[in-house]
Write a protein that binds this ligand. Structure first.
Ligand code: GLU
Length: 439
């Protein structure tokens, strides 16, 4: 009864792994991992003109980036290979000839075509969409082998799913209309069909089918924008599925444990960037500091910041200080650039907003501040508080110029913590650059 679950992701290598493909792959992977079954990667490369080896490789590396590992596939082989359709031509021919001999198919030139019989009702119970049935009269004859010798999709998919032992077919809802044709071929061959679970379509916020107009559509573009694999995984998982409670942020392990095809929603899912940003920020907060640094470092380097002048501990600690700011690794890198170098601070802040009449007061305050021992945030803050009370100025009047001089931005973590972390000498140099220390 409890047969091992065998599912497959069957991309055509005619483009990079896009969001829809990643979504389909993910749901197959979750079902396999949840049930302890097998996840198979099959490359549907029968479109000889549009399929390339490069796309096959980017799809695989996109899956690997998302953490979707497969148990059988063209690169690692397996018991029911080959796993590339272009290498299975003899298998397709064999069954096509069988149907020809049985009088169920006919030839049209070099093409082999299945003759759709009349009076048959093709019905299936989709795990997501429920009962669906179609009368055979509504179907046209089905091309099995095209005139170029390649199998056509609806035929090849049946031969492959059956001979590879696939017992759950999980794919986009755009394939619902193909399913009756495939059922007909299962019937003709005397094979038991798998169970079907079609996944809801993914729409942009304007309720139109997700496309380039809505922004990045390939999984890799999200990596390059500083999103983490765990976040994209989490985000794709909630497109059409929920973990059961109200939780929207969860780990790969939690998703695997709770996944159930029965809870896939048939309503089209909306691709919401704000949601992805939120999820990514939550995952970023949870990261081990050194792993977070690994995520952020490339973006500092891209901005030509001298990462190598610091220890990894210093840089990781700086990111800790950022206290969850930044929705993506890229944003976090931008928000924290002043820890890596003073250059970006100088580039965005020239100090001209400090009123001349405040400068003497600031210089004597900073003079005291730079003498603080030990060099820690707490005594700095205490000094500022006392000074402000004594001189009857707002604390802000002291803290803001310090913040601008050290960071070049209006919003930062506690500025005395930043000062402590940068170190006394660095703080002195930055203040001096803006003429805020006594000569
Ligand atoms: N190669 C097909 C596609 O990418 C596979 C469809 C299926 O899963 O049956 O749409």
């Amino acid at each position: 009864m409890d047969k091992e679950v065998r599912v497959r992701f069957a991309p055509s290598p005619t483009g990079a792994l896009h969001i829809g493909g990643g979504h389909t792959a993910l749901f197959n992977w979750l079902w396999a991992r949840h049930t302890g079954g097998k996840f198979i990667l099959r490359i549907e490369d029968t479109d000889r003109e549009r399929s390339t080896k490069e796309y096959e490789e980017t799809i695989m590396s996109g899956m690997t980036w998302l953490g979707l590992d497969w148990d059988e596939g063209p690169d690692i082989g397996g018991p029911v290979g080959p796993y590339r359709q272009s290498e299975r031509l003899d298998i397709y021919r064999k069954y096509a000839e069988q149907l020809l001999e049985e009088g169920k198919a006919y030839m049209d030139g070099p093409a082999i075509i299945y003759k759709v019989p009349e009076g048959i009702t093709l019905a299936f119970d989709d795990i997501v969409y429920g009962h669906i049935e179609v009368k055979s009269e509504t179907l046209k004859d089905i091309v099995m082998i095209k005139s170029d010798g390649m199998p056509a999709y609806n035929y090849a998919v049946v031969i492959d799913d059956y001979t590879m032992g696939i017992n759950y077919v999980i794919r986009g809802e755009d394939h619902i209309s193909n399913t009756p044709k495939q059922l007909l071929l299962y019937k003709a061959l005397g094979w038991e069909p798998p169970q079907f679970a079609h996944l809801p379509m993914i729409l942009g916020k304007d309720k139109k089918k997700l496309s380039k107009r809505h922004g990045a559509t390939s999984v890799y573009e999200y990596r390059d924008m500083g999103y983490m694999p765990d976040s994209v995984f989490n985000f794709l998982a909630i497109l059409g599925w929920s973990i059961g409670d109200d939780r929207e942020v969860f780990s790969r392990e939690e998703a695997t444990k709770c996944f159930d095809l029965k809870r896939v929603n048939r309503r089209a899912a909306v691709f919401d960037m704000d949601k992805l940003n939120y999820i990514n920020q939550e995952h970023l907060k949870e990261l081990d500091p050194m792993v977070r640094l690994d995520m952020v470092e490339p973006f500092w380097k891209e901005a030509q910041l001298p990462v190598e002048e610091h220890t990894r501990e210093f840089l990781a600690g700086a990111l800790e200080l950022m206290g969850g700011r930044g929705r993506t690794a890229k944003e976090l890198a931008e928000y924290s650039d002043y820890f890596v170098s003073f250059e970006p601070v100088k580039a965005r802040y020239n100090g001209s907003d400090v009123p001349e009449e405040d400068k003497d007061m600031l210089r004597s305050f900073f003079g005291e501040l730079l003498k603080i021992d030990p060099w820690e945030a707490e005594p700095m803050e205490e000094l500022a508080r006392n000074w402000a009370a004594e001189k009857d100025v707002k604390m802000k009047k002291l803290a803001m110029p310090l913040r601008w001089a050290l960071t070049g931005v209006k919003v930062s973590p506690g500025i005395f913590e930043v000062a402590e972390y940068l170190g006394r000498d660095e703080v002195r140099q930055r203040l001096a650059h803006y003429g805020l220390v006594e000569a």
